[in-house]
Design a protein around this ligand. Structure first.
Ligand code: ATP
Ligand code: MG
Length: 287
């Protein structure tokens, strides 16, 4: 009989490992003693974790060895595996760019015609060059791609960039961004209905946490004749709670406001007459 435990593949060690576990943790899924084992069952959820190298995740999920996985879009594209992308996760952000020695000029990708380009991502690069009708010699290098122009192994590189400091310290400049990438949750194309339901439960929980992160609970006092103006300043709220204060002519307003331009909103509320503003963290929002 097929197991009804959802199996999630995550990176064992590296840039995505901690954040992947944090995501589960925030969804209230408890994983103990994960450091030693390859496969481990969550304490309180129908989920088991498979800890592997990130490069192996697309294949494991496509082949059904794992049902779902957390991996960078760059790795998925390079793998050319067929997967459902369920959700962008907002971490592991980076871009993949072409870079050349800083003393050279660069006007167009056409200038790479016939040149040697080193990369750990030959398929993504080849697709890009094909699309632009450029034929170059792609040299696959598994790591430290950024040193290849200095040792005359390549004229240009195609690599992951986050701050650009690695490029800079190797005398290179970024000339073209080809791809923006972040960690995503992927799923096997034909997981069972039961497993889909477990996945939906995880998504439901993470949505509640994420929504809470983007919002604050706010309480403020205001004279009754400013209420209308203040309510008007609270966007996206269906109906704030308004309670009379013990002091005649004053009310307290409680509501949830978005994190974006938080201080701008506070300034506006103050100008509209709000006083004694209290702001509280929200742990979950179940919409
Ligand atoms: P593994 O041992 O699992 O193969 P790795 O060395 O291939 O690990 P990491 O360096 O841990 O991988 O990076 C994992 C992913 O993190 C990358 O594929 C990419 O999606 C993302 N990432 C985000 N920022 C960066 C960065 N500055 N450099 C490299 N990867 C980054
Ligand atoms: Mg890897």
């Amino acid at each position: 009989m097929e197991s009804n435990i959802l199996r999630l593949a995550i990176q064992k060690k590296g840039r995505l490992a901690d954040k992947s576990l944090q995501l589960l943790n925030s969804a209230g899924i408890r994983i103990d003693n994960y450091s030693q084992q390859l496969l481990i069952k969550a304490q309180n959820f129908d989920l088991e974790l498979l800890f592997i190298r990130d490069d192996d995740i697309p294949e494991y999920v496509q082949d059904g060895v794992a049902d779902i996985g957390i991996v960078g879009e760059n790795v998925i594209l390079e793998s050319e595996k067929k997967l459902d992308v369920v959700k962008k996760l907002g971490f592991g952000k980076c871009r993949m760019s072409l870079a050349i020695p800083k003393q050279f000029e660069f006007n167009s990708v056409k200038e790479l015609e016939g040149k040697n380009i080193a990369t750990s991502y030959p398929k993504i690069l080849k697709n890009y060059l094909d699309k632009n009708d450029v034929s170059a010699n792609i040299h696959y290098i598994s790591g430290s791609v950024e040193i290849t122009p200095n040792i005359n192994l390549a004229d240009a590189i195609f690599d992951i960039v986050s701050t650009g400091s690695t490029l800079k310290s190797n005398g290179l400049k970024e000339v073209e961004i080809i791809l923006n990438s972040e960690a995503v949750l992927v799923a096997n194309k034909d997981i069972s209905e039961e497993k889909k339901a477990i996945l939906e439960q995880i998504l439901f929980r993470t949505r509640a946490v994420n929504k809470a992160k983007d919002n604050k609970y706010i309480m403020l006092n205001a004279p009754n004749d400013s209420l209308e103006k203040i309510i008007h300043l609270l966007p996206g709220v269906k109906s704030p709670t308004i309670m009379p204060l013990a002091v005649e002519g004053w009310s307290s307003i409680h509501t949830v406001i978005g994190e974006d331009d938080f201080w701008g909103k506070i300034d506006n509320l103050k100008s509209a007459g709000a006083e004694g503003i209290l702001v509280l963290l929200v742990e979950r929002i179940i919409a």
